[in-house]
Unconditional design. Structure first.
Length: 95
């Protein structure tokens, strides 16, 4: 694999991780913001907003962790992700 191919594969892996985490966060946010009747909850209570933000951050963090876990366990994902582990120089894309 050439250096350009490695950089491209790293970018694809990073994009896939971000998309996965973003989708998970949106789904979690919609679930949190809707009440039992399926209507959006009203932000009358400031603590409710803090709770929602905390839960969304928690969901996002879990999604990033789980995506990374899958990249180690699923062979096709590992093919893209292993570039990240073979980097000789640390950059923002290879950390």
């Amino acid at each position: 694999m050439t250096k350009d191919e490695a950089i491209s594969a790293t970018r694809i892996g990073a994009i896939a991780a971000c998309v996965s985490a973003g989708i998970s966060s949106v789904v979690a946010g919609i679930a949190i913001l809707t009440d039992a009747g399926g209507e959006l909850a009203v932000f009358n209570d400031p603590l409710y907003v803090v709770d929602v933000v905390f839960l969304l951050l928690l969901a996002f963090d879990f999604a990033v962790f789980f995506t990374h876990y899958l990249q180690h366990k699923v062979p096709i994902l590992w093919e893209f992700h292993k570039v990240h582990h073979s980097a000789e120089v640390l950059t923002p894309l290879t950390v």
